[in-house]
Design a protein around this ligand. Structure first.
Ligand SMILES: Cc1ncc(COP(=O)(O)O)c(C=O)c1O
Length: 432
């Protein structure tokens, strides 16, 4: 399944970069966009149109039956939750170390996000804490493949089976990753991907897709993403309603509530072009991560600590992340960042603040008044499901130490300048 990617990983970085266009738009992308422009936007439900081709190609690449394009990797998860029956009175377990989207979609379904702590070695959601956080209200888990590395799916899927939970993979940062020989994206009940500008592949800056092997779930996800049209099917063009029926004055169109999370045809066209070189796009990031890692090895740097990649997992490095051991390094995070930039580093990102401690969650600022938050549900018997420091201690201790190095460079020269900046910074700190 992932042979094409593995064959790129044994090539040199130079050979891989040679397969990529300069910049982010290639000839195939432009050709597909021109095709859409020439077609005059009339191919929305045609399976041979741009949406049908992109969805079929994406699903096939992951070995599943269905893909549903969306306008973001946030709407994707909301459609999945709604289609799984998640609503007011329910809880959904999410990690605290993620983009806010993973938790916000739960609130947007009227349900309560519950944060399970992370594993200190992989930085991913810890099934042991998920087990502790499951209640009779829990309906789903959204595990995140953080920075491109899959979480412990064996543990998570076992819990899901035991408690009848839906698992929605948040793979916004993980394309073509592997977990114990399986494609990340084909493990949970559905998987969400983001095509936002910073991701491995993009659909012109924003976009997303859900994949699943379950036809009924795919159909319901599509309906939730498309204003609840009753006639929609799992695949574009699946349901044929005769024109005389569709055009009749008594024709009822909507049988469930849905949002408008549709992607545009021009975005689907660009995404199809990108998908054709996804192996090279992912391989380039893995090669960049290897080059950073080589610096750590050569400089014998024991104070920048990347996550442990468990056996059988392929990390796809949306970014290359390390924990800074401030004591061993003898510098704090901000000093390290300044030194990296002074040595030619192109910025150094912190990890997001733990989501449960962002003001929106701490203050239950979901609606005009905190009492309107689903966390005040009468099922809680008058108490409030609140979010406090100490809820996820491992994440809270780790987050301020995380350093995110870029893997999105478009040329080997740009990669080398970042790798050299890291080497110079390590040498400078080791000397001082
Ligand atoms: C882990 C994670 N989940 C969800 C999202 C949301 O994706 P989007 O920006 O496409 O809505 C992102 C990125 O932005 C992300 O990194």
């Amino acid at each position: 399944m992932n042979d094409a990617l593995h064959s790129m990983l044994v090539k040199s970085p130079k050979e891989v970069f040679a397969q990529l266009p300069t910049g982010r738009v290639g000839e195939a992308d432009r050709n597909y966009i021109n095709e859409v422009l020439d077609a005059g936007f009339r191919n929305t439900t045609d399976p041979a149109g741009i949406f049908g081709r992109m969805e079929t190609a994406f699903a096939e690449r992951f070995g599943v039956g269905f893909a549903v394009l969306h306008n973001s990797g946030t709407g994707t998860m909301q459609s999945c939750l709604l289609a799984a029956g998640v609503g007011p009175g329910d809880e959904v377990i999410v990690p605290p170390l993620t983009a806010v989207a993973t938790a916000v979609v739960v609130v947007q379904c009227g349900a309560v996000p519950v944060f399970a702590d992370i594993d200190p070695d992989t930085f991913n959601i810890d099934p042991a804490d998920v087990a502790r956080k499951i209640t009779s209200y829990t309906k789903a888990i959204i595990p995140v493949s953080l920075y491109g590395l899959a979480p412990d799916y064996d543990g998570l899927m076992a819990l899901a089976a035991e408690h009848d939970l839906t698992v929605i993979e948040d793979n916004a940062e993980c394309f073509l990753g592997e977990y114990k020989g399986r494609m990340v994206g084909a493990i949970g009940h559905a998987a969400s991907f983001s095509f936002q500008a910073s991701k491995h592949m993009t659909s012109a800056g924003d976009g997303g897709v859900v994949i699943t092997d379950d036809a009924e779930y795919a159909k319901n996800i599509r309906k939730r993403a498309t204003l609840g049209y009753a006639t929609l099917g799992a695949k574009p063009g699946d349901v044929f309603v005769p024109r005389d029926v569709r055009q009749d004055i008594d024709f009822e169109r909507h049988d469930v509530m849905g949002y408008n999370f549709r992607m545009s045809a021009a975005q689907a066209a660009l995404a199809l072009g990108q998908l054709e070189r996804l192996d090279a796009l992912v391989a380039a990031r893995i090669h960049i991560a290897r080059m950073y890692q080589q610096v750590l090895d050569e400089e014998q740097c024991d104070w920048l600590i990347p996550p442990v990649v468990p056996d059988g997992c392929l990390h796809t490095y949306w970014t290359w992340v390390c924990k800074l051991d401030e004591e061993r390094a003898g510098v704090d995070w901000r000093t390290f960042r300044k030194a990296f930039i002074a040595n030619g580093g192109d910025g150094l990102y912190s990890a997001w603040r733990p989501v449960h401690l962002e003001p929106v969650f701490r203050n239950l600022a979901f609606y005009a008044r905190p009492e309107q938050a689903p966390n005040h549900d009468p099922r809680y018997g008058g108490s409030v499901k609140s979010y406090e420091p100490g809820d996820c201690p491992t994440c809270e201790a780790l987050q301020p130490r995380l350093c995110q190095f870029k893997t999105s460079m478009q040329s080997l020269d740009a990669v080398e300048s970042q790798v050299n900046a890291l080497r110079a910074t390590i040498r400078e700190i080791n000397r001082s």
